[in-house]
Design a protein around this ligand. Structure first.
Ligand code: HAM
Length: 425
């Protein structure tokens, strides 16, 4: 006997029933509207990638989380875990034709075999915004301001969400000052990113494994106590170009009118190896959830995969955590999407008349659902109410004789009678 079929999706995957689509659409619409408002162009790509593109040697968690499989010709393939390698591949494929800087966005489903916790699934949709070919911090500012715009469209403000910003380049300057050589930096960043997820002793052990001695490990932990940009400046002594860039970024955010949502936070490192400069993450102010979005500058990825060098900044903003936050704040869209009109008929004799009315309404731009078989009033009005329709029209034998229809507004149960010819207006 084969195992019985299970009617829930595989663990960590989601189904979206019609009532779930209202929230998902609200989030996607805010993302897309913000991206368009800020002049990003939309792109898309296949969900399946070659495994080679996605594998990196960075020691990042994400590489171990990739869903892999072989196709029937024995090719090693994978479901994308993030969009960034795919974006890099698409740009390198046309690097000679594209006019840089480019600003692209997408909403992409991503798959990661993760341990499941709140806000963490094995499949999620991720809004990606990327600017490729712009070395100045205008790129970071533009990307973050676009994310802030999406948050505002969703009804969130600085009391709800803050973007925490740091710079790996500035951290590198400090690590050099502390005597930690550059070839230890990448692994140091990945170890430090695990703070909060692993106890400090385990982080120390990771740093030791990466070749840092105890004095260096102690100074790294002290470094993480820096709270403000002024303390950062004081630690560095001489301002470095990286620090100047970080300060310029904070200045720019004032002109974007988004400074109230931005804060400096030395603990933001990011868990992906490719970031080279400013990095950032969006958090709810109560810190009750994991990062809502994250991103940063990654100036080497295109050349790392075999393209010409190109600077890049981008972010990924998932649908799962933001949905949790909107639910926590009670700012969810109505459970059922508002539909315009439901039309039905009582007997077969009114089928064609109902269809004619439906067609007229549809052609004049109204969204209409027509009942597919004769219905009794009780059934029809009950169904139309549950379905979230604004208005309901039931055609009975009397309507045809009189040449009129009765339109019921379901919210207040009022009824207006109208001649068939006046209906579209
Ligand atoms: P990431 O930090 O791995 O960055 O993911 C970005 C966001 O996607 C997270 O903040 C979270 O909202 C969402 N997310 C990630 N994994 C899951 C999951 N298992 N379940 C639910 N939500 C999840 C990146 O992926 C980078 N590629 C972003 C980027 C674009 N950097 C430059 N351009």
């Amino acid at each position: 006997m084969p195992d019985p079929i299970v009617f829930t999706p595989p663990r960590g995957m989601r189904d979206f029933y019609p009532e779930d689509m209202a929230l998902r659409n609200t989030i996607f619409e805010a993302w897309i509207a913000a991206a368009r408002r800020f002049g990003f162009e939309q792109y898309d790509a296949c969900v399946v990638e070659s495994l080679d593109l996605l594998k990196r040697k960075g020691g990042e968690e994400i590489v171990d989380q990739i869903y892999t499989f072989k196709d029937k010709s024995d090719r090693d393939l994978a479901l994308r875990a993030e969009m960034t390698p795919t974006l890099a591949r698409m740009i390198v494929a046309r690097q000679n034709e594209l006019a840089f800087p480019i600003k692209w966005f997408t909403v992409a489903q991503c798959f990661r075999y993760e341990r499941m916790t709140r806000g963490r699934k094995r499949e999620h949709y991720q809004w990606n915004l990327d600017i490729v070919g712009e070395p100045s911090v205008m790129a970071e500012a533009e990307v973050i301001a676009t994310a802030v715009q999406a948050l505002r469209l969703l009804g969130l403000n600085p009391d709800d969400v803050r973007v925490h910003v740091n710079s790996r380049e500035v951290l590198a300057d400090i690590l050099i000052k502390l005597g930690i050589p550059r070839d230890h930096h990448a692994a140091t960043f990945l170890a430090l990113d695990k703070r909060g997820k692993l106890p400090d002793e385990e982080i120390s052990a990771l740093l030791k494994l990466n070749g840092l001695d105890q004095t260096h490990i102690d100074s790294v932990f002290t470094l993480l106590k820096i709270k403000t940009l002024d303390e950062l400046k004081a630690t560095l002594g001489e301002p470095t170009p990286a620090l100047e860039r970080l300060l310029a970024f904070f200045e720019l955010m004032k002109s974007y009118g988004a400074a109230d949502m931005i804060t400096f936070d030395i603990s933001v490192i990011r868990g992906l190896g490719y970031y080279t400069g400013i990095v950032f993450e969006g958090f709810d102010t109560a810190h009750s959830l994991r990062a809502i979005f994250g991103g940063g500058r990654y100036d080497n990825l295109l050349s790392d995969i075999g393209g010409k060098p190109a600077t890049a900044v981008g972010l990924g903003f998932g649908d799962v955590v933001i949905a949790e936050l909107l639910a926590d704040k009670g700012i969810l869209p109505p459970a059922s999407p508002q539909r315009d009109v439901a039309v039905a008929f009582m007997d077969d004799a009114q089928r064609l008349a109902a269809l004619q009315i439906t067609r007229t309404l549809r052609e004049s731009g109204v969204n209409v659902d027509i009942g597919l078989h004769p219905e009794k009033p009780k059934n029809f009005f009950g169904r139309a109410g549950k379905g979230g329709f604004r208005r309901a029209i039931l055609i009975g034998p009397d309507d045809l004789t009189r040449g009129t229809v009765r339109i019921k507004t379901l919210a207040d149960r009022t009824e207006t009678e109208m001649s068939l010819t006046a209906l579209p207006s």
